[in-house]
Design a protein around this ligand. Structure first.
Ligand code: FES
Ligand code: FES
Length: 173
């Protein structure tokens, strides 16, 4: 079967009912989609399929033959991060990072569709994405910033007022 993954055409050999998650991780060695619950309940495996967020753990390869798949690896590069990626860094929206790739992909779909910085709308767009670290506040702030198109200077993030860790570390020293 044929896929275009992060703008690269691929012929994949996995059996037709293999989950897209396993194709990406095991055959193509693309590891940003995470195997969390593997039953559609956590969002960690979310990728874009023809521009729409999909749970790759529930997506059989044969249902996406010929599709364009985008993972976090296709959103930006370390030197040229996407707007959503920059916002997640600036607002410290990732801690362990396990949920972050799925969150960033879903947030990207939301922002690309013209989503606003309304908190309730962002919550709805990220419904079903679970994070065990952040408490969600910083994730919501990051997506709102990306939706507004805030100017972000991530080089100065370490000295940002949003940097709780630095604030705490400073108070302790
Ligand atoms: S691993 Fe796919 S939704 Fe949890
Ligand atoms: S940052 Fe750890 S699960 Fe979300």
């Amino acid at each position: 079967m044929e896929l275009t993954v992060n703008s690269v055409s691929c012929t994949v050999q996995s059996p037709p009912l293999t989950s897209l998650l396993n194709v990406l991780r095991e055959e193509l060695d693309i590891t940003s989609p995470k195997a969390g619950c593997e039953s559609g309940g956590c969002g960690a495996c979310t990728v874009l399929v023809d521009g729409q967020p999909r749970r790759s753990c529930l997506t059989a390869l044969c249902t996406v033959d010929g599709a364009a798949v985008v993972t976090v690896e296709g959103l930006g590069t370390p030197e040229d991060l996407s707007r959503v990626q920059q916002a997640f860094i600036h607002h410290y929206a990732a801690q362990c990072g396990f949920c972050s790739d799925g969150m960033v992909v879903a947030a990207t779909a939301y922002v690309n569709a013209g989503g606003s910085d309304d908190t309730d709308a962002i919550r709805e767009a990220l419904a079903g994405h679970f994070c065990r670290c952040t408490g969600y506040v910083k994730i919501l702030e990051a997506v709102a910033a990306a939706a507004r198109g805030d100017e972000l200077d991530i080089d100065s993030t370490a000295s940002s007022a949003n940097n709780t860790y630095v604030t705490i570390a400073g108070a302790e020293s």
